[in-house]
Design a binder for this molecule. Structure first.
Ligand code: AMP
Ligand code: GLY
Length: 425
């Protein structure tokens, strides 16, 4: 089969790495890909959101199956366009991708179908949003409705800060049209957990859970990022909790989407807060998580291609999943300044002789012309990933390997998976 992966981050590199192991895959393509993916797939410089460009590439290269990594092309209807061409696509339709594309849509759906989520209001009017915030006790969470590359959530410690956040989103339009509406919601306390599930519209098959680390600095300090590292398994996600998440969150949302005429096929990702009242949904994503995928796919013992096909063909119930009991830890190396402004083009060294059980999934790298040197090309540069029989073993492995990887200004968190030790002690 000729398979095209859409995207160019660490998530797509992990997907490419796993698909490259499949006997079903003859030729892998990726758009736009990155310096690491280029070692596994033929890459073409087409942006992930260029729906027509991707459709043309699919026709020209006789692509049989497309796996869509990021959310933006899904919300732009890439899956619908490609399905219209008769190509198999892994990723939800535009109508189903609204679950991530509009937080107001997701919150209203959860509230109508009784799926646990924080108390909230949706507003297009700043005065009404301020009044609602004034009726709640803090801290306050203010979220832009649309896609804002993980930056659209503001946690405010005072009402004054909340008012500023409301004005920034609705009036100054700091997130552009993504902020034509916003959500004000109750602040939840607890441990965060990411649960991704394959969903074919009939069956929901949760993957092993992972925990992300959203803040840029150790001990959850500093601004939010796309994710600075992840690990799996997590002690918080025992079998009972996973069953509760399946029963109270994943199955109800899959059914709700069917009832709404927006059947969901793809990866349904629930970002959860584990509160005293059980798991509560912070957000849904309609795709694999980044960096969760880098910590989860190395534990998957199934042929990923067969799983993705079964989702497209609505026969996910035929798949028997097998997960390695090993522990996987993925640590992101970021460019100096990330998540703020950063430089690109720093030369990366030390990736050639990584020890066994350690992989470098590339997030933002490219090959420099004309000399072909591997250079930084994004805020998140690499996700160094280690697999080991124990959590301390995997942590040790990955942090030892990081010592040999170099680029100017590189920074990373030293406490990825540390919560895994605290909770289990
Ligand atoms: P989201 O993009 O909605 O997952 O939000 C990004 C991050 O903001 C989450 O991973 C949480 O750390 C935090 N967050 C979002 N909503 C809430 C909430 N209601 N209470 C506490 N923290 C939140
Ligand atoms: N790691 C968070 C996300 O993929 O949205």
């Amino acid at each position: 089969m000729n398979v095209l992966i859409v995207g160019g981050g660490g998530r797509e590199h992990a997907i490419a790495w796993k698909l490259a192991q499949s006997p079903k895959v003859d030729q892998l393509y990726c758009v736009p890909g990155n310096g690491g993916i280029a070692e596994l797939a033929q890459c073409a410089a087409i942006p992930a959101e260029d729906v027509q460009g991707i459709a043309a590439f699919v026709r020209e290269n006789a692509v049989d199956f497309v796996v869509v990594g990021p959310e933006l092309p899904l919300t732009l209807g890439l899956a619908d366009v490609l399905s219209g061409l008769g190509v198999a696509v892994f990723g939800p339709s535009q109508a189903a991708a609204q679950l991530e594309g509009s937080k107001a849509f997701a919150k209203d759906l959860m509230s109508r179908y009784g799926i646990p989520t924080a108390r909230y209001g949706v507003f297009a009017d700043a005065a009404a949003a301020r009044d609602f915030a004034g009726s709640m006790k803090g801290p306050w969470v203010v979220k832009a409705d649309g896609l804002a590359a993980g930056k659209g959530v503001l946690i405010c410690r005072s009402l004054e800060e909340t008012h500023k956040a409301i004005e920034a989103i609705l009036e100054e339009k700091v997130f552009g049209e993504a902020g034509s509406k916003l959500i004000v919601e109750e602040f939840l306390e607890g441990e965060e957990l990411s649960v991704m599930a394959f969903c074919d519209g009939k069956t929901v098959a949760p993957m092993v859970a992972a925990q992300d680390h959203k803040r840029v600095f150790d001990q959850d300090q500093g601004p939010n990022t796309g994710g600075m590292g992840a690990y799996s398994p997590t002690p918080a996600a025992g079998p009972e909790l996973m069953e509760e998440v399946r029963r109270r969150v994943l199955l109800p949302v899959a059914r709700a989407m069917n009832e709404e005429g927006r059947t969901f096929k793809g990866v349904l990702y629930a970002g959860l807060m584990l509160t005293g009242q059980g798991p509560v949904v912070l957000e849904f994503n309609v795709r694999f998580g980044d960096p969760e995928t880098q910590a989860v796919l190395p534990r998957m013992e199934n042929d990923l291609m067969s799983v993705l096909e079964s989702v497209v063909d609505s026969r996910l119930d035929e798949i028997e999943f097998a997960w390695s009991p090993n522990h996987c830890v993925s640590v992101v190396l970021a460019s100096e300044g990330y998540p703020g402004a950063y430089r690109k083009g720093e030369v990366i060294s030390g990736l050639d002789d990584l020890p066994e059980g350690v992989w470098a999934f590339h997030s933002g790298t490219s090959r420099r012309t004309p000399d072909g040197a591997l250079v930084t090309d994004g805020g998140r540069v690499l996700a160094l990933t280690g697999l080991g029989a124990s959590l301390p073993g995997a942590v040790k492995k990955v942090y030892a390997a990081i010592q040999q990887v170099r680029f100017e200004g590189a920074h990373y968190r030293r406490d990825i998976a540390a919560k895994g030790f605290i909770t289990s002690s």
